[in-house]
Structures are given as structure tokens and as C-alpha cells.
Design a protein. Structure first.
Length: 296
């Protein structure tokens, strides 16, 4: 297991660098990865491509053999789907971003054509999920439906687990997912096996602590000093901040090259890494000055 003394923000970098060294030494072997994009905005793959230290493109290509990715592969049309089908002949890890559209037997989300027929995201998720050695649900849409399943949900989108009810999976909620959360978890899987998870299948090394408990503005909350408008430097709780109910390490990890995060930019946390987002977290901005903390 990785050293317990590591701070959360250092875990991903240490895990990925250790995995790369172990691969070079031959003490572990590369595994095949299928990265499937379903009903969503491709925000997770964009976020992953913006990763720094560890860098997504270099690290991913060095740690695994990427067999399919809707956005990143050069092949198109049926040639791309042919590669996807052939990839199932060997052991592989499956990572899925985006929700699964159920409407009209999945026809609201087509990922390509195979043998003259449309291949739906629903078919692909079930087919690939049943044979995968490990499954990652990447981002809010994959973990629980997310924005794709928000009301009124015309595509009848659901999270990945709902169409693979008997399959164990590692869930990485977020809108989008942080590059470190995915790469760090992937590296842990290669080195040590599946990481320890909570009762919602989230890796504890990233999702164990409430944002509220690490927020640099927590002293303002404790003293009852609350922001009255966006831009104020005090606690944003009464403007709708969801930090008190959201478990993830944004305050210490930060985004955009580890330089900033929403509250650091005077914007309340909207709870994008919490199950139920977005509907359960709305409204994102509130001017209810009577708001109190609920024991959630």
C-alpha cells in the first residue's frame, strides 16, 4: 500500500511515478484500457487532457495500452468500432464517462455503427462491462446520471451501475473528474489492486473528507462571518456553498495545474463531486440569509 504519511495532494503523483518505474523494471505489466464516452459533454476527457503533474497523455500511454477512446483514437466509423470489438478478446480495464441513455432501447445515444447497425451506448456499456476485469465510472454522469439525468431527463439517462447491477465498479464522481483522481486510482489498481473505497464505491484517498473540513474559510464559518455577495472573502455558506456536504479533496489538490479552485476564486462549491448532483445540489447560488447547516 502507498505510505500513509502521504498527503492527499501528493498521492496521485507518487502513485503514477511509482507505477511508471515498476513498468520499466518489469515488476508489473501494462494492462489494456478501453475508455468509453457515452451520453455527456466529454467534459471528463477534456479535464483529463488538461492534467499536469501527472500529465494525462504521457502517463496514460505509458501506464496502459489504450485500445479505444471515442475522442482520442485516430480510427473512424466502423474501423473504430472494429477495434473496440476486437479489444474484448483480451483482458481489459473499462473506464466509462457519460450516462447511459435508456430511451428507445438506447437509441438516444449512438456511439457508432457495427455490421450495418447502430451500436448504442447501452449495448456497449453492457457488452463491455460484463467482460471487463475492472470498471471505472468516471464523472458524475457515469456514477449516478449527473447532468445527463437531470430533470426532466428526456433521454432517460441513468448511471452505469443501473445497467450493470451485478458488477463491482470504482466510482469517481465529479463534474468533471480531476485528472489526479482518475490517474491516481488507475495507478493504484496497477500497483496494488483496487483501492479502499467507501460505501458509495469512491476511493477514500480522494473522497474521504468534507470540503468544509479543509476549507481555508472554515474559521469564518466557525465565527459566523458569512459572505453577503459573490466576491466577498468570507465564508460562502449562506450563498449556497455545498462544501459542508461534499466529500472530495479540492481545497488541498486544487485545479488548473494545482493553482486554484472554486472557493479560491470566490465561487461557492456546487457539490459536483457529490451523488445527486446537479438536482440535489440546486440552487447553486442562494441569498437565503437564514440558511443553517443540516446534519447530512
Amino acid at each position: 500500500m502507498p505510505p500513509e504519511s502521504l498527503t492527499n495532494e501528493a498521492i496521485a503523483e507518487r502513485l503514477t511515478s511509482t507505477a511508471l518505474k515498476s513498468l520499466k523494471k518489469g515488476t508489473i505489466k501494462k494492462k489494456k484500457l478501453i475508455y468509453l464516452e457515452l451520453n455527456g459533454c466529454s467534459g471528463n476527457i477534456i479535464s483529463l487532457l488538461n492534467g499536469q503533474n501527472p500529465d494525462f497523455e504521457y502517463t496514460l500511454n505509458s501506464m496502459v495500452d489504450l485500445k479505444f477512446c471515442n475522442s482520442l483514437m485516430a480510427a473512424e466509423g466502423e474501423r473504430a468500432i472494429e477495434k473496440l470489438i476486437k479489444a474484448m478478446d483480451e483482458e481489459y480495464i473499462l473506464a466509462v464517462e457519460g450516462a447511459v441513455a435508456l430511451k428507445n432501447n438506447g437509441l438516444y445515444n449512438i456511439i457508432g455503427n457495427w455490421q450495418g447497425k447502430p451500436l448504442t451506448g447501452l449495448q456497449a456499456a453492457q457488452m463491455l462491462g460484463e467482460k471487463a476485469s475492472h470498471i471505472f465510472a468516471v464523472g458524475a454522469c457515469a456514477t449516478h446520471g449527473g447532468v445527463s439525468a437531470a430533470k426532466p431527463n428526456p433521454s432517460q439517462s441513468v448511471g452505469l451501475q443501473q445497467v450493470l447491477p451485478n458488477k463491482k465498479m470504482i466510482k469517481l464522481p465529479g463534474c468533471p473528474v480531476h485528472p489526479d483522481w482518475f490517474l491516481g486510482t488507475l495507478a493504484h489498481l496497477l500497483l496494488y489492486g483496487e483501492p479502499e473505497t467507501d460505501n458509495l464505491d469512491r476511493p477514500l484517498m480522494f473522497y474521504s473528507t468534507l470540503i468544509h473540513d479543509r476549507c481555508p474559510r472554515r474559521p469564518f464559518f466557525d465565527r459566523g462571518i458569512f459572505a453577503e455577495k459573490l466576491g466577498d472573502k468570507t465564508c460562502l455558506f449562506k450563498l449556497g456553498c455545498r462544501g459542508p456536504v461534499t466529500r472530495v479533496d479540492c481545497p488541498t489538490r486544487q485545479w488548473n495545474g494545482h493553482v486554484n479552485w472554486p472557493i479560491g476564486d470566490n465561487t461557492p462549491c456546487i457539490g459536483c463531486a457529490q451523488f445527486g448532483f446537479p438536482d440535489a445540489m440546486a440552487p447553486f447560488i442562494s441569498y437565503d440569509t437564514t440558511r443553517v447547516v443540516k446534519n447530512e
